[in-house]
Design a protein. Structure first.
Length: 440
């Protein structure tokens, strides 16, 4: 499908990932009007017009009607939940029988993330290197299995758990307790009604993202994120406390290996299952002594990996998203800044278990005066008095470009030090183990 001179876009989602996407789309000279489902995010609200209909799975036809009324030709779906719920399938359909372009897979393709058991089955069928694992629905069976093993296993909720449904225990007693917490106590709700008991593998964890348009694969610059809450990768798992790009932990040779052994086989497997996947395929990879192994697949941009990727993107983001949705990735050239980028997440007090909302936020304008810095909003909102306050676990993503990774780090932490809210949490070792300036 030929791209028009001007394109109206609907952006679905309201986190820092979507703020970064909105900022990149807004730079495009081909943008007509940008609409967004979550303009309660103050960062997105500055860039997009609000959707004036209810936004929910139960009334998705209202959103489809909105797209028809406002001549929206491209829908960009950011988060995993609407993808798994089939929003892409519904919003692709126009009343006249033609298709609207949607960046993001349909419900069947989204199962790669929404169902870890399905993803494991797909990997085995496609001979993709991954850790061995078994799926359990009953705690007693999982307990019996773990009691007979000497090695320690990782426990994963098979459903969507906002990046937190992975427990890495130190002993199998801890693994049994984690399995009970998910299967009996339902600590992750329906996401943990079945669990994956998986071989624990070690190495360096990296994120490899690629765009798939149903036929072509475009591998994006490698990123590395930091999942644990505290420095030195300690504390509980989170949705992500920071990321940097490009990740020099992956050589060109290893990237080629990941493309040929992971991305191409999975893309082929999707086509064999008659799944037309048009969006992001995100592979969480462990670089083990025996080679790269897949930890998990996601079907959308990672958060916070999206923030440095969009910040480094020099090409027209709207053209890139359009080409992915239209099946024409082979017809465009994509350029990234040679600069490095570091993203530091500022989290609320109590995150990840019980984040505190309503704390006043100051200093963002001062932070963005630091050269190369952008601050993306996630868990923020304007209160009734017009003040910016915390409204979620991960509050802000402070993202900085630099000629070197160290310069990007210094800028990110200098900017983060200018932002204040009660109980603010952040790691001080994103991108490097070297000490960084402490926030005042």
């Amino acid at each position: 499908m030929q791209m028009p001179q001007k394109v109206n876009v609907l952006l679905v989602g309201g986190g820092a990932r979507e703020h970064a996407l909105a900022a990149a789309i807004a730079r495009s000279p081909k943008l007509g009007t940008l609409y967004a489902t979550h303009t309660s995010n103050p960062g997105i609200a500055e860039l997009a017009k609000p959707v004036d209909v209810p936004v929910s799975s139960k009334e998705l036809y209202r959103l489809a009607q909105f797209c028809d009324k406002h001549q929206v030709e491209l829908v960009v779906i950011g988060p995993e939940d609407p993808l798994a719920e089939g929003w892409g399938d519904t919003l692709r359909k126009k009343p006249d029988g033609t298709q609207r372009l949607v960046f993001g897979p349909g419900a069947r393709g989204a199962q790669l993330e929404a169902d870890k058991a399905y993803a494991k089955q797909m990997m085995r069928a496609a001979s993709v290197p991954t850790a061995e694992g078994k799926v359990f629905q009953k705690f007693e069976q999982a307990e019996e299995f773990l009691k007979t093993r000497d090695e320690v296993f990782v426990i994963k909720a098979t459903g969507l758990a906002k990046g937190k449904g992975v427990i890495v225990p130190k002993t199998n007693q801890e693994a049994i307790a984690a399995a009970k917490d998910m299967l009996v106590n339902r600590s992750f709700g329906d996401a943990g009604k079945s669990i994956l008991v998986e071989e624990k593998i070690s190495g360096t964890e990296v994120s490899v993202l690629a765009l798939l348009d149903g036929h072509n694969i475009l591998v994006l610059p490698p990123c590395q994120d930091h999942k644990r809450l505290l420095n030195n990768d300690e504390g509980p798992n989170t949705g992500g406390m920071g990321a940097f790009c490009p990740a020099d932990t992956i050589s060109d040779q290893v990237m080629q290996q990941i493309e040929s052994e992971v991305l191409v086989p999975i893309a082929d497997a999707l086509r064999r299952d008659e799944i037309e996947f048009r969006g992001v395929l995100y592979a969480g990879i462990m670089l083990t002594p025996g080679g790269p192994k897949v930890l998990e697949f996601n079907v959308r941009f990672g958060d916070p990996e999206c923030q440095p990727l969009m910040t480094r993107l020099q090409s027209d983001a709207l053209e890139l998203l359009w080409a992915t949705a239209a099946g024409t990735l082979d017809q465009i050239d994509v350029q990234y800044s040679p600069q490095s980028c570091v993203c530091v997440v500022l989290a609320a007090k109590g995150y990840p278990d019980a984040p505190v909302s309503g704390s006043s936020i100051t200093g963002i304008e001062d932070a963005e005066e630091v050269e190369g810095v952008s601050v993306f909003h996630a868990g923020t909102k304007m209160n009734d008095d017009g003040d910016l306050v915390t409204n979620g676990g991960r509050v802000l993503s402070v993202t900085a470009l630099g000629d070197t990774m160290e310069q990007a780090r210094q800028r990110a932490y200098e900017a983060a030090g200018k932002i204040h809210f009660a109980g603010m949490q952040m790691r001080t070792d994103i991108a490097k183990d070297a000490p960084v300036p402490s926030p005042s």
